[in-house]
Ligand binder design. Sequence first.
Ligand code: SF4
Length: 145
Amino acid sequence: LGAPVLVSACLAGYPCRYDGSAFPCPAVVRMVEQGRAVPVCPEQLGGLPTPRAPMELRNGRVVANSGADCTEAFSLGARKGLEVARAHGCVRAILKSRSPSCGSGFVYDGAFSGRLVPGDGVFAALLKEQGFAVTTEAENQEQGG
Ligand code: SF4
C-alpha cells in the first residue's frame, strides 16, 4: 500500500466550509472510507470558527469581506496541516479548488466579485513549496462520480 493522500476535509464530506457546508467529492469520500486518504481543514486547524466570514487573498494577505486580516490564522493552519501530512507520510494532496487555503491554480481575486485569477491558496502553496503533488477535486473526478 502506498502513502495515503492528503485531502481537504470538506471534499471528504465534513461540514467545515465558511458557510458550514461540506463539498463532498465521491472519489475523495471513498478514499477516506477505504483508509487511503487523510482529511484536514487548514482553516479549522488555524483556529477559525465554522461558520466564518468569506475570505479571499489580496496582495499576499488573507482578508475577510469585513476587511479583517486573517493571514496569521491561515499561516498557522497551513503549518499544522503540513505537520499532519508529514506524520502520515503523504506526498500527494487533493484539495478543494478556488479556496483561499486549499485552491490550486486559481483563486478568487480579492474583490469578492466572483472573478478567478491565477494563484494558489495559502495551504496549497505551502504544500507545493514542500514538494507535494497538489491537484484539485475537479482534476480527480471519477467517471460518473
Ligand atoms: Fe475545505 Fe480547505 Fe476550506 Fe477547510 S480550508 S473548508 S478543507 S477548502
